[in-house]
Structure formats: C-alpha cells, structure tokens
Ligand binder design. Structure first.
Ligand code: HEC
Ligand code: HEC
Length: 242
C-alpha cells in the first residue's frame, strides 16, 4: 500500500509536469481555463490527448495570439521542452485522446499513394499543395511544411474541417505508408518532378494538352525557322539590289 501511494505521488509530481503546469498556466490558461474546460475564448482541452496537443503546438497554431483567429502552420513558437512538459501536464490531468503516432520513414509509396488518392487528395490537391474546399471560401492548406509526424498527427486528430481517421480505419503501418508518400511529395514539388501518374484523369488530360500544345509550338517554331532559312537564302539577291 505504502509503495503504491508513494509511486502515485511520484507519478503526479514529476519535474516535467510541474514545469508543464507553469507553462500551461502562463501560456494557455487565459483561453483554455485553469481547469482545461475552455469557455468563450477556446474549446475544452480535457481528454484531447498528446497527438492533438502536439499537432497544434508544433505546427505553431498554438498558443494563439487572439482567440478564434485561424492560424495555419507557421512554425513552432515555444521550445520542444515546454511542448513536452505541457503535454505531460494536460494528459495527466485529463487523460484520453490518441497518443503521438510513432511513424517510421520508408513506408510503401505505392500503398501510400493509393491511400492519399482515396482519402486526402480531394481536399489537399493531387500534389498536396492545398486547394479550396466547400463553397464558403474554406481552404485545405499545403502539406509541404508538415513533418512526417505532423502528417500522422493530423490524420489521427482531424483539425477543424478535416475528418479524423481512427486506427480502426487506418492502422499504424498504413498511416506510415501514407505519411511517407505525403513527405515524398515535398521533394517532388521542390524539384518540379511531380509524379504525373498519380494525377487521375483530369490532371493527366491536362498534361496531355500541355504536351500537345508544346509540340504544336515546336512545330510552329520549326516551320518559322525553315521559312526564315528560305528568306535568308533569297536575301543575298535582295542585298545586291540595294
Ligand atoms: C488567445 C487564446 C488561446 C491561447 C492563449 C491558446 N489557445 Fe489553444 N485554442 C484557442 C482557440 C480559439 C482554439 C480553437 C481553434 C480552432 O478551432 O480553429 C484552440 C484550439 C486548441 C487545440 C485544439 C483543440 C481541439 O478541440 O482539437 C489545442 C490542442 C490547443 N488549442 C492547445 C493550446 C495550448 C497547449 C496552448 C498553450 C500553449 C493554447 N492552446 C493557447 C485559443 C487559444
Ligand atoms: C474534408 C477535407 C480534408 C480532407 C479529406 C483531409 N484534410 Fe487535411 N486538412 C484539411 C483542413 C481544412 C486543414 C486545416 C485545418 C486547420 O488549419 O486547423 C487540414 C490540415 C492538414 C494538415 C496540417 C498541415 C500543416 O502543415 O498545417 C495535414 C498534415 C493534413 N491536413 C493531412 C491530411 C491527410 C494526410 C489527409 C488524408 C488522410 C487529409 N489531410 C484529409 C482538410 C482536409
């Protein structure tokens, strides 16, 4: 009994959670409340889980400067040590929600691409550069700034208008394949080497038209060139006339 009580006390009051309490009270409580219950300024954080807390803090969405002003990915604002401490404090006070997914790089790209086409492309666009969604001017952001862990967290957490995917719908190995594919699109976008074959019928058609257009232009330029050659050939005669 005594060892049990002792271990409970030790578990509750780790230095990290003490630091986390301080950070939470100074950085988050003004909006989310000292009891995590939220209010007019922000939603409740009870039972949100580490993946949720991590996603919102590491992408720089939180701590917000002003309540209810939408901010997207703008880079982590507070130190990783503080982020971890706040996660430890909040998840200990009000447990629940998904943990931070542990995702290995090097997943299966073909499977990842199929999952992306099926579940993500309709909002984020075929090359994950972002696209408008719905008819109220809403926007699904580019995924090129997100790390592999942030991609996996977003899938588990479903921020705002994004649906969330539980492990029963998308297990961790599948999530690894998907996140690996999303990250591969960063390089493709940066080097311009976007994999056309993943584009589906519409973009492929577009690329077809672009290719046909360039061929037509080339043909035009070539005919102009040969036309000029003919003109050049006749020029010496004209010059002599001057
Ligand atoms: C100025 C007010 C403000 C401060 C300070 C603030 N938040 Fe928030 N937070 C919000 C609002 C408003 C939302 C809802 C945003 C939305 O849905 O677009 C939110 C949403 C969240 C969410 C998502 C909740 C959900 O339901 O999925 C998390 C997690 C979160 N905040 C964590 C934090 C943490 C941790 C801190 C401190 C480091 C913090 N916030 C500081 C206003 C604030
Ligand atoms: C119904 C539309 C929709 C679908 C489907 C969707 N998302 Fe999102 N996603 C959004 C919106 C909207 C946001 C922005 C939320 C915010 O800023 O609070 C977002 C944000 C994200 C972010 C955060 C990007 C950043 O750097 O800030 C990632 C990563 C992400 N989504 C990945 C995915 C993946 C992977 C899938 C497929 C499993 C997916 N999304 C499916 C709408 C969608």
């Amino acid at each position: 009994m005594i060892p049990f009580l002792l271990s409970t006390v030790v578990a509750v009051a780790t230095p990290e959670r003490v630091a986390g309490k301080f950070s939470y009270l100074t950085r988050c409580a003004s909006c989310h409340g000292t009891d995590l219950r939220g209010g007019d300024a922000a939603p409740s954080l009870r039972g949100v889980g580490a993946a949720d807390l991590d996603f919102w803090m590491v992408t720089g969405r939180m701590p917000a400067a002003v309540p209810w002003i939408e901010v997207g990915h703008r880079g982590q604002q507070i130190s990783t040590r503080e982020v971890r401490a706040i996660e430890a404090y909040v998840t200990n006070l009000a447990p629940g929600g998904p943990p931070i997914p542990e995702i290995a790089t090097g997943g299966n790209l073909t499977h990842g691409r199929a999952l992306f086409t099926q579940n993500c492309q309709q909002c984020h666009g075929v090359d994950a550069s972002g696209a408008s969604i719905g008819d109220r001017g809403e926007w699904a952001p580019s995924l090129h700034a997100a790390s592999i862990t942030q991609v996996a967290e977003a899938v588990r957490v479903g921020p705002d208008n994004m649906p969330k995917f539980a492990p029963s719908q998308l297990d961790d190995p599948a999530l690894g394949d998907l996140a690996t594919y999303v990250i591969s699109l960063d390089t493709a976008a940066a080097t311009g080497a976007f994999p056309v074959s993943s584009g589906g019928p519409v973009p492929e058609g577009l690329y077809g038209w672009l290719a046909a257009g360039s061929l037509a232009l080339l043909g035009y330029a070539f005919s102009k060139r040969s036309g000029r050659t003919t003109a050049d050939d006749s020029r010496p005669g004209e010059e002599r006339q001057c």
